[in-house]
Write a protein that binds this ligand. Sequence first.
Ligand code: ADP
Ligand code: MG
Length: 299
Amino acid sequence: ATPTSIMAGSGRAAELGILFKGGEHLESAHKVDVVLLDKTGTVTKGKPELTDVRVERTKLPELLELDFLRWVGAAEKNSEHPLAEAIVEGIRLKYPDLTLPDAAAFEAIPGYGVRAVVEGQEVLVGTRKLMAKHAVNVEHAAMSRMMQLEEEGKTAMLVAVAGSYAGLVAVADTIKETSAAAVARLHNMGLQVVMMTGDNRRTADAIARQAGIDQVLAEVLPEDKAAEVKKLQAQGLRVAMVGDGINDAPALAMADIGMAIGTGTDVAMEAADVTLMRGDLSSIPDAILMSRRTMRNIR
Ligand code: ADP
Ligand code: MG
C-alpha cells in the first residue's frame, strides 16, 4: 500500500466520520468475513425505557406498587448499567415525589443484575439465573409473563425482596432507524452478520428479527464476549467486532478489526481500531467499502 493512497483513503473515511487509528486498519478492513454486532447501544438505541411493572402479591398481599418500585429504584440507582438508568428514570416519571432511599449494601453482578440491601431487606433485580443463584422460587405464572414480554423484544427483570419473588419490571430498547438497512447492505456485500448479547434468547431473537439478523449469540456473559470472537476466528473467519460498552472492550481488542460506536464509552473507543462517529451501523459497510477501494487503487 502506498502511503499516499492510505492517506487519501483515511481522509475520505474521516469525512464520513469513520476514524481509523492507523493506516494498517484501513488496509485490513476489506478482509473481513463476519461482522459481529453487540446488541444494546449498537444495534439498538441503547436508551431503554421502562414499559411494564408487575407486583406479585401472593406472599405480600398488601404490597403497593409504590413500595415495590422504591425498593427496585433504591437498588438500581447505584448501577451505571443502561437498564438500571432506564428503571430509575421510569420510576421518577411515574412517581415524581418518591424518594429513593440509599442502599446499605450494593453489588452489581455483571450479566446477572444487582443485589442491594434496602430498608433492612435484601433486594435482587435481574435474570432467571440471578434468582436461581439466590434460591428464589419463581412461580410458573411469572415465568410465562416474563417470556411473553421477551417475545415482544423487551428485557424483563425479576425482582426478589427478602428471598421471595416480588414481581418484575420490563424495559424496551428499540433498534436504530438505520440498523436494518445497514445489515441488508452488509449481507449484499457477502458478509455474515451475527448479533451478540448478554440478554436472553427470546429478547435477542426478537430484536435480531427486526434488524434482519439471522445469527444470534444470546446470554453471553461479559467475560465470554472475547471468547466468542476467538471461536469465529478458529473457524478461519476474519472478524469485525462492533460495540459501544465497557463489556465489549476485550472483544473489540480480540477482533481482527474492532469498531467502536462513537456515542459509546471511552473504554470501547480505546480498545477499538476504528471509531464510528456517526454512531450507527451504516458506517460499517462504508468503512469496509472504503478499505476495498483503497486496496484496489494500490494493486
Ligand atoms: P448486554 O450485552 O445486552 O449489554 P449485559 O451482559 O450487560 O447485557 O446484561 C445481561 C442481562 O443481565 C441483562 O439483559 C439483564 O437481564 C441483566 N442485568 C444486567 N445488569 C442489570 C441491572 N443493573 N439490573 C437488572 N438486570 C441487569
Ligand atoms: Mg452495548
